[in-house]
Design a protein around this ligand. Structure first.
Ligand SMILES: CCCCC/C=C/C(=O)SCCNC(=O)CCNC(=O)[C@H](O)C(C)(C)COP(=O)(O)OP(=O)(O)OC[C@H]1O[C@@H](n2cnc3c(N)ncnc32)[C@H](O)[C@@H]1OP(=O)(O)O
Length: 395
């Protein structure tokens, strides 16, 4: 589901801009205070509509909702649709945005639309040429996989979205792990491109409701999540995370299934499940209490306490913390040295350390996914996703 956010937004927002426009007239309109100003014309409005369609960069959900609402107000007047159900997240967000304009006159909405487009167009930079992929790299995409010096590296590559994981990325990570389990690499590394390691599950994963409704969506998400986590439980080679920046949600919980976690001193570790109406996943309900004790695990997993890299290291979640400026050099030098160790001995040692707990982890994974399937159908979760989409809430 590469770039779902943009695709989805185009469907529910930009798509609406293609509908026929009502005739609006160019004129100097009187303001309440008696003075007159030139208002945006129908031509300005149409030109703004064309400009929006040419935008290469996704302006973000908040802006798209504003544009949608102003467009509807300018062309149809005050919101005339029945309020969508709580679980119909996308239409509910659109309805809220349009209704919030109340009885704003069509002309003012049109003018605000033109102003918003022109301010955003002025602020946007010309697109930069695409960077060619390095040797051995699977070019472009939201996930980059490289294999070099017996190390397979899987890089989250959506820096503009803080490396949030889309449905397609979950699938691609599983494919990459499958390939890495069979290639000649000794280690498999997960890391992030940009200032974040990963902001967790892409919250818009919840918004494309299939014909079977929210129940089907919750079911397919639970199946996907269970399969994804199973891949980490069963992975046969050492797994290393190079946590280059803040980590959120599932990108934190699965660290309990890794062998080494090296972190920048800029990294933070945050599992805000309760504020999102969710519950823990990635086997963290089992691995975290085992690793840090039940009370520290509860602070993170139930109450959403964010840990610094040093704190996470003290709790055993992180192996070692490096200054951000030397992280890459120090970690990769060390990892290259580890690849020189006899590979069969490395695999055997890991297997004897891991095999005893594997069955238990699968059972924990199944239980967590079932709890989440139910959470995804809750009003608490729907409200949290809506708040995020309308940008009233951040972590
Ligand atoms: C199917 C399997 C399910 C697995 C279950 C997994 C559960 C989890 O992982 S729960 C955790 C989910 N993640 C979050 O709740 C994080 C949400 N994001 C934020 O709170 C913030 O974005 C931030 C704190 C991570 C960063 O804040 P800030 O530095 O102010 O940057 P922006 O908010 O402006 O973000 C830039 C850009 O990125 C988009 N984005 C960031 N995180 C996500 C995300 N998780 N899902 C979707 N989109 C995300 C954000 O919307 C911005 O986009 P634009 O507005 O289009 O610029």
């Amino acid at each position: 589901m590469a770039q779902l956010v943009c695709g989805l937004a185009r469907r529910w927002c930009f798509g609406a801009l293609g509908s026929p426009l009502q005739a609006l007239h160019l004129q100097a309109l009187p303001l309440h205070l008696g003075r007159t100003v030139m208002r945006a014309s129908q031509k300005d409005f149409e030109s703004a509509l064309r400009q929006v369609k040419l935008w290469k960069k996704d302006p973000g959900n908040e802006v798209k909702l504003k544009l949608y609402a102003l467009y509807k107000q300018a062309t149809e007047g005050p919101c005339n649709l029945p309020k969508p159900g709580m679980m119909d997240l996308v239409n509910k967000a659109k309805w809220d945005a349009w209704s919030a304009l109340g009885s704003l006159p069509k002309e003012t909405a049109r003018e605000n639309y033109v102003d918003l487009v022109s301010s955003l167009s002025a602020a946007s930079e010309p697109p930069s040429p695409a960077k060619p992929a390095a040797d051995g790299e699977q070019a472009g995409g939201d996930l980059v996989v490289t294999s070099e010096n017996h190390i397979t590296t899987i890089t989250f590559n959506r820096p503009a979205k803080k490396n949030a994981i889309t449905t397609q990325m979950y699938r691609d990570i599983m494919l990459a792990l499958q390939a890495a389990s069979k290639d000649d690499s000794v280690l498999t590394v997960l890391t992030g491109n940009g200032d974040y390691y990963c902001s967790g599950n892409d919250l818009t994963n919840f918004t494309d409701i299939p014909p079977g409704g929210p129940e089907e969506k919750a079911r397919t998400n639970a199946v996907l999540l269970r399969e994804f986590v199973d891949y980490f439980i069963d992975f046969p080679k050492p797994l290393v995370a190079v946590v280059n920046g803040p980590a959120v949600g599932i990108s934190v919980t699965i660290l309990g299934l890794f062998d080494l976690v090296y972190a920048s001193d800029r990294a933070t570790f945050h599992t805000p499940f309760s504020p999102l109406g969710l519950s823990p996943e990635g086997c963290s309900s089992y691995t975290f209490p085992k690793m840090m004790g039940p009370s520290k695990a509860a602070e993170m997993l139930i109450f959403g306490r964010k840990l610094t890299a040093q704190e996470a290291c003290a709790q055993g979640l992180v192996t070692e913390v490096f200054p951000d400026s030397t992280l890459q050099k120090e970690v990769w030098t060390r990892l290259r040295a580890y690849t020189k160790l006899p590979p069969n001995a490395v695999r055997t040692s890991r297997e004897v350390m891991r095999s005893k707990g594997r069955e238990r982890l699968h059972a924990v994974n199944a239980e967590e996914c079932e709890a989440l399937r139910q959470r995804w159908l809750s009003e608490e979760c729907a409200s949290a996703v809506l708040r995020f989409m309308s940008r009233k809430a951040k972590l």
